[in-house]
Design a protein around this ligand. Structure first.
Ligand SMILES: [Zn+2]
Length: 253
């Protein structure tokens, strides 16, 4: 009878805590490190951009010799799954997606010197967890309706993510305003608010940045609302550089 109870208990536990598996999109023996892409949403869903983003990161991984794991459920953020992961990427996540255990696991992950990359609405995520807001570097506050072209000023061209960029360039996106901007960030790209309607920061409107945080490294870009952006060569190199910077020590500033 005890044996039977054990089986029932096991089934009950399995039901409560389903297997937290991460899917590898491009694993190969040639690859030298691994990233985990999280795309869970509890708010707005950037459906086409998420799809394009997963596809792009998989290609960037294959081209740069790293494994790309993916899950649309943040319950994969466990110590076991993160053991061989160098960087967690929040690709257009929204709202409150992590429970307290997952938050603790992520804090430990960063404290071990690992990396984080946030894309667009990664800043529209986990508002009540201030550790996360500081990790991303800011929280989303508002955006003017729709998308529009705007001019971006590249204010730092020595970073691996921005070396390829012109000093001014134009791209269409949904332009975020932010709050609680972490004073430790190094701004790479600044939005020229005179070139679109609805900016709230004035002359200094950061839209892409990086910083070291609690032992780890973080890179964030506000670009990435539109699926089209993920096939723009300038963005592809920006994101590639961001991932390499946070994942590998040789790109430390
Ligand atoms: Zn958006």
């Amino acid at each position: 009878m005890i044996y039977n109870y054990s089986i029932i208990f096991y089934i009950f536990i399995s039901f409560l805590f389903p297997a937290q598996e991460i899917e590898c999109l491009n694993c190969s023996d040639q690859n030298t490190f691994s990233v985990l892409v999280i795309t869970e949403t509890k708010g707005y869903v950037h459906r086409s951009a998420i799809k394009a983003g997963i596809e792009l990161i998989k290609i960037i991984g294959t081209d740069n010799n790293f494994n790309v794991f993916h899950s649309s459920n943040s319950n994969v953020i466990t110590a076991k799954n993160l053991k061989n992961i160098n960087t967690i990427i929040f690709l257009n996540t929204t709202s409150d997606i992590l429970n307290i255990t997952e938050q603790k696991t992520m804090e430990e992950f960063i404290s071990k010197g690992r990396g984080f990359v946030g894309i667009h609405s990664a800043a529209d995520t986990e508002y009540k967890w201030s550790w996360y807001g500081e990790l991303v570097g800011a929280y989303f506050k508002s955006h003017p309706p729709g998308t529009s072209f705007a001019t971006i000023n590249t204010i730092n061209t020595s970073h691996i993510s921005t070396k390829h960029l012109e000093s001014t360039w134009e791209i269409r996106d949904e332009w975020y305003n932010y709050y609680n901007i972490n004073s430790n960030i190094t701004v790479l790209l600044n939005l020229d608010e005179t070139t679109y309607f609805g900016g709230k920061h004035g002359k200094n409107h950061p839209i892409t940045w990086f910083h070291e945080y609690k032992g780890g490294k973080s890179f964030y870009t506000g670009l990435g609302h539109l699926a089209k952006t993920y096939s723009d060569e300038r963005f592809i190199k920006l994101l590639t550089g961001g991932i390499l910077y946070v994942s590998l020590p040789e790109y430390d500033e």
